[in-house]
Design a protein around this ligand. Structure first.
Ligand code: ADP
Length: 190
């Protein structure tokens, strides 16, 4: 059972690559963004609390996210592996994930860090905003999300590098080429 974190800035292709990896390896997928958007749609208490943060391009508070992850993990029984997508997004979230996994005598096996130039990220997100109508894919919110990424999320790369599980993946080019780069890392895990 592999625990993989797909990591990178907004627009780096985490969701896209997750879908391919699910099909290719039969992994389960846990996307905090997808879960939060479903909670907003359902107008749950969590959804109501999360919406204003998401629309402002800010992170939902760690305590809400960590509680949510704990609940979701209790419900899931992944067999081959689990892809964490959009989580952890802060160092406290990374520490909470380690604590949760160690309770189950496991750990994060690899962090796949999709690296894409900033101007390409903005371009991709604006395009997604036009196609999907996601309320946070507008220029002002995109800029805020990228700022938040650099300030609060990018430092996690160092956290995982120290544990020896961080892998930089060139995230530009054809989707299938990027998948091949990720697959090489996963296959080397055995
Ligand atoms: P993207 O990576 O393109 O920004 P996501 O769907 O992963 O898209 O996240 C959308 C928004 O949901 C984030 O900008 C943030 O407000 C919120 N969010 C998602 N995951 C987390 C998390 N782990 N911690 C805090 N906020 C989160």
């Amino acid at each position: 059972m592999l625990n993989l974190v797909i990591f990178g800035a907004p627009g780096s292709g985490k969701g896209t690559q997750s879908e391919v990896l699910i099909a290719q390896y039969g992994f389960d997928h846990l996307s905090t963004g997808d879960i939060l958007r479903a909670e907003i749609k359902a107008e749950s208490e969590l959804g109501k609390a999360a919406k204003s943060y998401i629309d402002a391009g800010q992170l939902v508070p760690d305590s809400l996210i960590i509680d949510m992850i704990e609940k979701v993990l209790q419900e899931r029984q992944p067999k081959k592996g689990l892809i964490f997508d959009g989580f952890p997004r802060t160092v406290p979230q990374a520490e909470a994930l380690d604590a949760l996994l160690s309770k189950h005598a496991t750990a994060v096996h690899a962090v796949l860090d999709l690296q894409v130039a900033e101007d390409e990220l903005v371009e991709r997100l604006l395009k997604r905003g036009q196609e999907s109508g996601r309320s946070d894919d507008n220029l002002e919110t995109i800029k805020k999300r990228l700022e938040v990424y650099h300030a609060q999320t990018a430092p996690i790369a160092q956290y995982y590098a120290q544990k020896g599980v961080h892998h930089a993946i060139a995230g530009s080019g054809a989707i299938s080429d990027i998948t091949a780069r990720i697959a090489a890392v996963i296959d080397a895990l055995g």
